[in-house]
Write a protein that binds this ligand. Structure first.
Ligand code: ADP
Ligand code: MG
Length: 736
């Protein structure tokens, strides 16, 4: 026999043998070590066997009894039905199997009791179990499948529970002593974690439910811990990179009269004015026009914005500025519910970048949004002499060339576009800050892409309007710093959401009419009939036709869908913005970011076709002005899950609560918009149920690294090895 090691091939395991080994290999288990970490899907407590006489139909149970009769009969379709009856002192039950005649031979030879596990059914001939798991037992049998808490493993074709259990048990019994615990004892003690060997044993052969949970707790911690250490390493690495240190402090006091130098030099000894090397001429020319240039930054902001910032906005701006001032590249995620005013935050940061002598880029997920941002930002920045350029696909070739030229020469201070801005390789003169709006559509921006395009190492800010559950933030986006705008601008009235059934549609239409007659505007979102743009377009056109020729014949009804040309989309949005339309019928094109404060009602047709986050996003298009706004969900919610979604929407406007609910209903992969993120790939842990442990593991990782930044002490060797593995799995999150 080969030497005992965790690399021992499964065929050499005691009680496995070559045939079973083949099945195990096929399922991906090649060595003893592979089997240690297979997690059972569930467990069955087979320790307390109920008397047969007390079985109830519908119950999963294990029973033990003496074989009283076994016979087989062939159906006219050629199936062989085997029926064995067993009994104990209290009653009897029939066990049935299809097409497994060999069972009969085993049973007939067997003298002792039979154990069976399955679903109890009641038939006209008494209690029955169809296709139970079963085992003949003998006096001296220490059966692995019965009389204990039995693990039920995930199986693939050709691999039976029995084989799987036997193999796992064999490894636990003969190889466990070879397992080294990677977690240092001190860490285990501090977080009250059991030893690895004990845990693995409890996972495969639990002594009690409590011990099993205790074991799982440690394994979950461990799994989260490696990820959190990996993420912390990544954050630390990014801080090693050379980035731009924006002279924010000087901007705040107004010490800077002219843009600061591009490359951060060690801070000069508090000299009043920063010297200017090689600066492009046109920036100076612009500067001459700039009215507020040189005023303390907050003063400029005060001039620029038509409203007072909320405390949350202020706090987040300061967090971002503090990052910008540091000499390494910023990687920060700003979360704020719809309408929390992320654009203003972005504007303040871009102002700081521009006043430091850099360009900023704002990237939106759609051209419509990019347009809207450009319009809004121009209104804010033009009075300050700051040039905003819109760079989108629909520009003519000549316009594009010109815009690109202005941007690469540095005439443009702020470039607004879709992510094509980076992908198409628009050149910048001195790009300092990149802001990605509504990141859910982008995935986390890849810094590498920026560098590949020769755009240096700018600060990157990602903004998302869809609040992300904390557990996801700590995993998917765990390598980003986080800022949360947790306050809405004052005077907002919470949107009232109603869920109506299809037959109530007429009264909904009437209500909307009243609002329109009082001067408001309305959105109608057509159902998400399919993934295909073409079908969506048809649905939108159909709804538009119905409304504009039917109930709202006398009103101005517009149409917006994804298949329209950018020019057409823009002109429709513009008419709606100018209140030349009362109603906008749309697909989810309007989902993200569109801001028309006068529209105060949204009707979502067939609302159950949308996910929670999407509904929340859509709803966020109203409630942006001072008027009471409404969201009407028309839905015939048939499934329990769909009803839950509608009820959550009616119950709360809180995006974080909605996202937690969404996580629970859809699971992390769906919610994150990517099923293939290494960061979400857990073997044991479950983001929905183990959120608390994730916090603990993150805390532990940060503590450990604080004390030993590279974890170079020998006791961390095991952890480091696993963290390296984890890091190679941590694919960069990309566009979904
Ligand atoms: P979102 O966070 O959804 O992107 P926006 O930036 O579009 O939100 O802001 C929503 C609306 O709130 C805009 O009309 C904006 O002008 C307004 N707004 C933002 N901040 C404030 C504030 N502090 N006070 C009043 N209104 C604000
Ligand atoms: Mg926005």
């Amino acid at each position: 026999m080969a030497e005992r090691s965790l690399d021992t091939e499964v065929q050499f395991l005691k009680g496995v043998g070559p045939r079973n080994a083949l099945a195990l290999n096929k399922a991906g288990f090649h060595t003893a070590g592979d089997l240690l970490y297979v997690m059972p899907r569930r467990y069955e407590d087979r320790r307390h066997l109920p008397p047969i006489g007390q079985l109830r139909p519908g119950q999963w149970a294990t029973v033990q009894g003496k074989l009283v009769n076994v016979d087989a009969r062939q159906t006219n379709r050629g199936m062989v039905i085997l029926k064995a009856v067993i009994r104990d002192a209290t009653g009897h039950i029939a066990l049935t199997w299809f097409n497994q005649p060999w069972i009969r031979r085993v049973l007939e030879k067997h003298e002792g009791d039979v154990l069976a596990y399955g679903l109890v059914k009641e038939t006209s001939f008494g209690m029955e179990m169809a296709a139970p798991e079963w085992e003949p037992i003998t006096e001296d049998d220490d059966s692995e499948d019965f009389a204990r808490i039995v693990p039920v493993y995930p199986l693939t074709e050709g691999l039976s529970q029995k084989v799987m259990r036997r193999a796992a048990k064999s490894v636990v019994e003969h190889y466990l002593d070879l397992v080294q615990d990677p977690l240092p004892e001190e860490l285990r003690r501090r977080y009250k974690l059991q030893k690895l060997r004990w845990c693995i044993r409890q996972i495969h052969m639990p002594e009690s439910e409590e011990m099993r949970l205790e074991a799982r707790r440690r394994l979950v911690f461990e799994e989260f811990f490696y990820l959190q250490v990996a993420l912390a390493f990544r954050r630390a690495e990014m801080k090693q990179e050379l980035g731009i240190a924006f002279p924010i402090s000087q901007l705040l006091t107004g010490e800077i009269q002219r843009p600061a130098p591009a490359v951060k030099e060690p801070k000069k000894q508090r000299s009043a004015v920063v010297e200017l090397p090689d600066h492009p001429v046109h920036l100076f020319e612009q500067d001459q026009r700039a009215k507020h240039e040189g005023a303390p930054l907050w003063e400029q902001i005060h001039e620029m914005l038509p409203f007072e910032l909320t405390n949350a906005q202020r706090r987040v701006i300061q967090e971002i500025w503090a990052d910008m001032e540091r000499p390494y590249p910023m990687n920060r995620l700003v979360q704020g519910d719809v309408g929390s005013g992320k654009t203003a935050v972005a504007a303040c940061c871009m102002l700081a970048a521009v006043r430091s002598g850099y360009q900023a880029a704002l990237m939106a997920p759609t051209e419509i949004l990019a347009e809207q941002h450009a319009v809004n930002l121009r209104a804010l920045f033009e009075p300050l002499g700051i040039e905003v350029e819109l760079l989108v696909g629909k520009l003519s070739a000549a316009q594009k060339r010109k815009a690109a030229e202005r941007t690469s020469q540095g005439v443009t201070h702020i470039a607004v576009g879709t992510h094509a801005l980076i992908q198409e390789g628009v050149g910048f003169h001195r790009l300092g800050l990149v802001i990605v709006d509504e990141q859910h559509r982008f995935g986390v921006l890849q810094r590498k892409a920026l560098r590949d395009k020769g755009l240096g190492n700018p600060d990157v800010l990602v903004m998302t309007a869809t609040p992300i559950p904390r557990t996801l933030t700590m995993t998917m986006y765990g390598d980003l710093e986080l800022s949360v705008i947790d306050e809405l601008p004052p005077g907002r009235k919470p949107i009232k959401t109603h869920w109506k059934l299809p037959f109530e549609r007429q009264s909904v239409y009437l209500g909307v009419r009243k609002l329109i007659e009082s001067g408001r505007q309305a959105y109608f979102v057509c159902p998400m009939v399919s993934e295909s743009e073409k079908m969506l377009t048809q649905a939108a056109e159909e709804l538009h036709r119905q409304l504009s020729t039917g109930v709202y014949e006398d009103m101005r009804v517009g149409l917006l869908h994804g298949q329209m040309k950018p020019k057409e989309k823009e002109s429709v949005m513009e008419s709606f913005r100018r209140h030349e339309l009362d109603i906008l019928v749309s697909t989810t094109v309007i989902e993200v970011g569109v801001d028309v404060p006068n529209s105060s009602v949204m009707v979502i047709e067939d609302a159950t076709r949308f996910g929670l986050s999407q509904l929340h996003q859509l709803r966020g298009r109203v409630g942006r002005g001072g008027n009471q706004s409404f969201c009407i969900l028309i839905a015939d919610a048939k499934s329990e899950e769909a009803r839950t979604r509608m009820e959550v929407m009616v119950a709360t406007n809180d995006g974080f609560r909605i996202s937690e609910e969404d996580l629970r209903l859809r699971g992390p992969g769906e919610l994150a918009g990517t099923k293939q993120s290494g960061n979400l790939d857990f073997k044991i842990a479950d983001l929905v149920q183990d959120g608390k442990m994730l916090e603990v593991a993150r805390q532990a990782a940060m503590e450990a690294i604080e004390r030993d930044p590279a974890l170079s002490a020998p006791e961390w060797a095991g952890v480091l090895a696993r963290v390296q593995e984890r890091r190679s799995d941590m694919a960069v999150v990309t566009v979904s």
